[in-house]
Design a protein around this ligand. Structure first.
Ligand code: ATP
Ligand code: MG
Length: 444
């Protein structure tokens, strides 16, 4: 700790822990060239310039940071005057984006905590977060309005020291997530912090400190106030970062999953076989494995997996009522999607292929005549086949069917002909429709 340090905030009477360069392991060699350029340039203009957030946290843990964020006392307008390649974004909170080709360094002005914390009149809700005011502040104020202590560490380009206002270095050492301030209040301000707690705990392998963890069990309903588009983005970060299986288990453990996917949670909770859980778990760990191998993944498949169980149950019910399989899968899909969409807005470019993957499931059972030849040319065949494999592996669908399609894809035309002939006799007898008058009856 240094005495008379320039980071001391006399208004808040907060003296941070300052770790000088020789005593920490952040080396400029591990910071991106563009981030360094921004930091040095701001410094040259006599502004404060710090690296902050996930970048500092990950460097301290010896991980490769995803991106580098910069915090400064320069206003966004001042940042724009310093950098030609700069755009200001955001309406209420203006942020500066400094562009280097495709690389963007985000520069945020220190945010104040707001003077009228106790009045609600100046509170506004933006994107599901309670926003007190948008005034700029000191670095100490900026630190205290961040979420977790380990996300509130600053690397000061002036002397390469580490600055810690919230006890993040200790928590980093202990391997734990701790919210800054009163946990319940911080979750109420922005319920997405609950999802962030789960995400970082899984990503870093950290525990969640008890006071930070406790409210997670009770506050899941607050997720209902978050705009559906923001939840979609957050779910992609949760499930497409390589540790989706752990995330799923933790979200269910805290009772958060049911507030994101109520129909799926209902189906899983009343399962009388293991396969629905096995199916989701396998689907997620497949995705984790693909990410590890740098293979592409798509939200269409991810949400297809997460929502399949309610779709399947509804589909089976409709078929039992006498509806044809192709029709029943479409109806079940739209019912489940229209209940899910207000909670988590899946963009059309993902929900359409997701529904195609589902729609192809019953069609994969129809293996006679020319149908299989048409099906393998369908643009969504490969994804639908992968989906079928997953269903077979988890014991939900007949493994013989999946094996048939595996063989069919590589078979010669002669083999294919005998395969479709053999399948003719095996076709599942079409159930008879209920007599007319049934609500789902479609005259065909
Ligand atoms: P990642 O590795 O996922 O990028 P990150 O910690 O950098 O992790 P970001 O979402 O990029 O996460 O946010 C950058 C920083 O902004 C965080 O480290 C944190 O200090 C602050 N922050 C982000 N979201 C919130 C929030 N909802 N509430 C308070 N502070 C937040
Ligand atoms: Mg980040």
């Amino acid at each position: 700790m240094q005495e008379s340090d320039p980071h001391f905030d006399s208004t808040l009477a907060i003296r941070p822990v300052v770790v000088p360069r020789p005593e920490h392991n952040i080396s400029r060699a591990n910071i991106s060239e563009n981030a360094l350029k921004v930091l040095y340039r701001l410094r040259q203009e006599n502004f404060q310039a710090h690296l902050v957030g996930g970048g500092v946290r990950d460097l301290l843990l010896g991980h490769e940071p995803k991106d580098f964020d910069v915090a400064t006392d320069a206003t966004p307008e001042q940042v724009r005057q310093v950098f030609r390649n700069c755009r200001l974004i955001g309406r209420r909170f203006r942020l500066a984006h400094v562009h280097f080709g495709r690389d963007i360094i985000e520069v945020a002005t220190f945010r104040g905590s707001g003077v009228d914390d106790d009045t609600t009149t100046d509170r506004q809700v933006e994107n599901g977060m309670i926003v007190r005011d948008n005034s700029y502040g000191t670095i100490a104020e900026d630190a205290l309005r961040r979420d977790f202590t380990i996300n509130a560490l600053y690397y000061d380009i002036a002397d390469f020291s580490l600055v810690d206002y919230a006890g993040g270095l200790t928590d980093l050492r202990l391997g734990q997530m701790r919210l800054i301030g009163e946990p319940e209040q911080r979750y109420r301000e922005d319920p997405v912090r609950m999802l962030r707690a789960v995400r970082f705990a899984c990503k870093l392998g950290f525990t969640i400190e008890p006071a930070t963890e406790r409210p997670l069990f009770d506050l899941g309903h607050l997720l209902g106030d978050i705009p559906a588009a923001r939840l979609f983005d957050e779910l992609i970060k949760l499930f497409h970062s390589g540790y989706g299986l752990g995330v799923f288990e933790k979200l269910r453990h805290y009772g958060l999953f049911g507030h994101l996917f109520p129909a799926t949670e209902d189906a899983l909770a009343r399962e009388d076989h293991d396969f629905p859980i096995t199916f989701v778990s396998r689907g997620l760990s497949n995705t984790d494995k693909r990410l590890l191998e740098d293979k592409p993944v798509t939200p269409a498949f991810l949400f297809g997996v997460l929502l399949w169980e309610p779709v399947r149950l509804r589909f089976e019910a409709l078929v039992a009522e006498g509806m044809g399989a192709n029709e029943a899968i479409l109806l079940a899909s739209s019912e489940v999607c229209s209940r899910q969409q207000p909670l988590v807005a899946i963009p059309k470019r993902f929900s359409l292929p997701m529904r195609e993957i589902w729609a192809l499931q019953p069609r994969l059972e129809q293996r006679d005549g020319k149908r299989p030849y048409r099906l393998i040319t369908h643009p969504r065949f490969r994804a639908a086949y992968d989906f079928l494999l997953l269903r077979a592996e988890s014991g939900e669908s007949d493994p013989e069917l999946a094996a048939w399609w595996t063989r069919f894809q590589d078979a010669s035309s002669q083999e294919r002909a005998s395969m479709t002939d053999a399948a003719r006799g095996r076709r599942r007898p079409r159930r008879r429709r209920k007599p007319s008058g049934s609500a789902n009856e479609v005259v065909g």
